[in-house]
Design a protein around this ligand. Structure first.
Ligand code: NAD
Ligand code: UDP
Length: 334
């Protein structure tokens, strides 16, 4: 299949591009590089020894996107492009709506122009909001607590309306839990521009001496060790989830929602200790105030993806930490 990945130069997109290319698909990346680096393309191509197309552009540029879809003879799109910092989304809500919601509408319009009707959308577990029960299943009420989460939910709703209006669309909204880890080669991994917000990239910067220590946001939650618990999913498991969704969508029109998580949750200290074991390094930390808006715990019920897509996570927390450590070590050299 000829597949376009918007935002494919980013963390999840680069791993997904690699997996799809290795599975024999023709991959074309469309990215404006606002949170990624062109050097990733060479590294992905080096790992898979395949050629991957690239066009630099913004998803809001409908005309350019339409041309790329047409020229590369695209048959399906994975839409990963977007801004993703939850805290920043409250400070710059309009920038987030313009990029994430308007950008998605522009992509849909470009796809309509060319007649492509297969789409996988990067959604997020943040659409659920405060847990009414756990684990979250796909029927859990959605009540996001920040603009970023509302962007994701609005795009899901737009896609649902679209699939009702035109029965030929085949759409999967994948609600990711906490993607972490790196490709086994250690050549690609999470490499955000600027100061990271998420736990694993912060740990990476502590190990690489860019940050003095890890601030753990609260140890007084109602969890066994008092720190927040999350459902961490290896980025290569997540990449495999995209491929499974693309395959399943052929012959399954409509707009479908799937949780992509492991179904387990680990605390900040669990992750830290696994990482210390993988790296043989002590990670200095201090306990600070809770981060506003953080939930004590959440994790996925991932049965639906297993039942329909035949997908479930294969990799463990030790695989996550080993691959992250390899990537962090390698990025220190470059
Ligand atoms: P990332 O920032 O590494 O990758 C996103 C890519 O999109 C970047 O390469 C960026 O340059 C590009 N981009 C952003 N706006 C664009 C635009 N207007 N036009 C073209 N390109 C644009 O993020 P990621 O972690 O790889 O996330 C990918 C997707 O998955 C995002 O939509 C994100 O919201 C979603 N998601 C991520 C997580 C996570 O924790 N990483 C969790 C749930 C959902
Ligand atoms: N966390 C932390 N220090 C950090 C970053 C994150 O203690 O510097 C905690 C955070 O409070 C949460 C967990 O790590 O309990 C995962 O946070 P992350 O930002 O990676 O993901 P999200 O909050 O989106 O689940």
């Amino acid at each position: 299949m000829n597949i376009l990945l918007t935002g494919g130069m980013g963390y999840i997109g680069s791993h997904t591009a690699l997996l799809l290319a290795n599975a024999g698909h023709q991959v074309h990346i469309y990215d404006n590089l606002c949170n990624s680096n062109i050097g990733t393309l060479d590294r992905v191509q080096k790992i898979c020894s395949k050629s991957i197309g690239f066009s630099e552009g913004d998803v809001r540029d409908t005309e350019k996107l339409t041309k790329v879809l047409r020229d590369a003879k695209i048959e399906a799109v994975i839409h990963l492009a977007g801004l993703k910092a939850v805290g920043e989304s409250s400070q710059k809500p309009i920038e987030y709506y313009a990029n994430n919601v308007q950008g998605s509408i522009s992509l849909i319009q470009a796809m309509q122009m060319v007649g492509i009707k297969t789409l996988v959308f990067s959604s997020s577990a943040t659409v659920y909001g405060d847990p009414v029960y756990l684990p979250y299943d796909e029927d859990h009420p959605t009540s996001p607590t920040n603009p970023y989460g509302r962007n994701k939910l609005q795009v899901e709703e737009i896609l649902r309306d679209l699939s009702v209006s035109d029965k030929e669309w085949q759409i999967a909204c994948l609600r990711y839990f906490n993607p972490v880890g790196a490709h086994e080669s250690g050549l690609i991994g999470e490499d955000p521009n600027g100061i990271p917000n998420n736990l694993m990239p912060v740990i990476g910067q502590v190990v690489n001496g860019k940050l003095p220590l890890l601030n753990i946001f609260g140890d007084d939650y109602d969890t066994p060790d008092g720190t927040g618990k999350r459902d961490y999913i290896h980025v290569m498991d997540l990449a495999e989830g995209h491929l499974a969704a693309l395959i399943w969508l052929q012959g399954n029109p409509g707009c479908h929602t799937f949780n992509l998580g492991s179904g387990d949750s680990y605390s900040v200290l669990d992750l830290l200790h696994h990482f210390e074991k993988a790296s043989g390094q002590k990670i200095p930390y201090q306990i600070v105030e809770r981060r506003p808006g953080d939930l004590p715990e959440y994790y996925a019920k991932a049965d639906k993806a297993e039942k329909f897509l035949g997908w479930k996570t294969k990799r463990k927390l030790s695989d996550i930490c080993n691959s992250s450590w390899l990537w962090i070590k390698n990025s220190r050299k470059s």
